[in-house]
Design a protein around this ligand. Structure first.
Ligand SMILES: [Zn+2]
Length: 311
């Protein structure tokens, strides 16, 4: 393993992914050669509260420092929520202990270096652009939209290899655009959000409301594929229809060169054939040129994206 001090030099990119269950650190050789020189993780233990989470981050940074023999001037961070650029406080995190906390300032003070923060959907888009499917299949793409469709629905915008965070930190947050009233109230205070219609839990809830049976999404998908359960098929038709409606808004506004779809719902095959038909129907054009592709990096996208924030 190439984790000796000698191979980690000042051109390395350091990134940390603060997930709900683990905090992972990575050191890449350089922006041009993103070879992994160091990678390790500790549990987040988010239930022990905010000061404990900061301590766990410090633990990871110390492990990285030990491997490298030095500390860099800056580290990139992927977080489950958003840093409010005006207030300097975290918001919209599902690890609720982080919400309302001045995490950037606290971490900079604790670690004695500068940090760049972006949310995990931004980091996903950035990682797939710089090191994943976009780099491999669409190397000339300038504008990339990364979608995460899973337990929640999020998104990130990358332009010319940089994540666009936005004036209020919410660029790309299409999961809370209005989609359909049938989705019902959302935790964000609004109603009928994209996330309430096409996330995994939203589809499971729809199936449950129709049948009285609680089933995980993967079972509903399998039942629909084997054509033995009309309600499962109806749930998938609903997904396909609203996927087209929801994603057409992204294309009409941004018209990206490529869209990458990650997350558990993003894995459903139907999105890449009938989903595209639905999208074609709703987009403001007489055809659909936008490539809609699956990611390559899997769970690694967050930590790679964090590192690319600083290089
Ligand atoms: Zn919402």
């Amino acid at each position: 393993m190439a984790t000796q001090k000698s191979v980690i030099d000042k051109s390395g990119l350091w990134g940390i992914d603060m997930g709900g269950t683990k905090i992972e650190g990575i050191i890449l050789k350089s922006a041009k050669e993103p070879e992994v020189l160091f990678r390790d993780r500790v549990p987040t233990e988010a239930d022990k509260g905010y000061p404990h989470i900061l301590g766990q981050v410090e633990k990871v940074v110390n492990m990285m420092k030990k491997a490298a023999g030095f500390i860099p001037a800056q580290i990139g961070f992927a977080t489950p929520g958003i840093l409010d650029p005006k207030l300097g406080l975290m918001k919209n995190c599902n690890s609720v202990a982080m919400n309302g906390q001045p995490m950037k300032a606290d971490l900079e003070k604790l670690l004695g270096l500068k940090i760049e923060i972006a949310n995990d959907a931004d980091c996903f888009a950035l990682a797939e652009t710089r090191h994943g499917v976009v780099k491999e299949q669409f190397p000339d793409a300038r504008v990339v939209f990364g979608i995460i469709m899973g337990t929640g629905v999020g998104g990130g915008i990358v332009v010319d290899g940089r994540a666009i965070v936005g004036l209020q930190g919410i660029a790309g947050e299409w999961g809370h655009n209005f989609l359909d009233e049938s989705g019902g109230p959302c935790y964000c205070g609004k109603s009928g959000c994209v996330e309430k219609v096409i996330s995994g839990p939203a589809l499971e809830k729809y199936y449950f409301n129709e049948t009285g049976n609680k089933k995980p999404l993967k079972d509903i998908v399998a039942l629909a594929e084997s054509k033995v359960d009309p309600t499962a098929q109806k749930t998938m038709i609903r997904l396909v229809e609203f996927f087209g409606k929801g994603v057409s808004v992204i294309i009409n506004i941004l018209d990206p060169d490529v869209i990458v779809i990650g997350g558990g719902v993003g894995n459903i095959d139907l999105l890449y054939d009938r989903g595209l038909d639905s999208l074609r129907k709703y987009v403001f054009n007489n055809r659909l040129d936008t490539p809609i592709v699956r990611p390559l990096l899997g769970d690694s996208a967050g930590v790679f994206g964090a590192a690319f924030l600083v290089g």
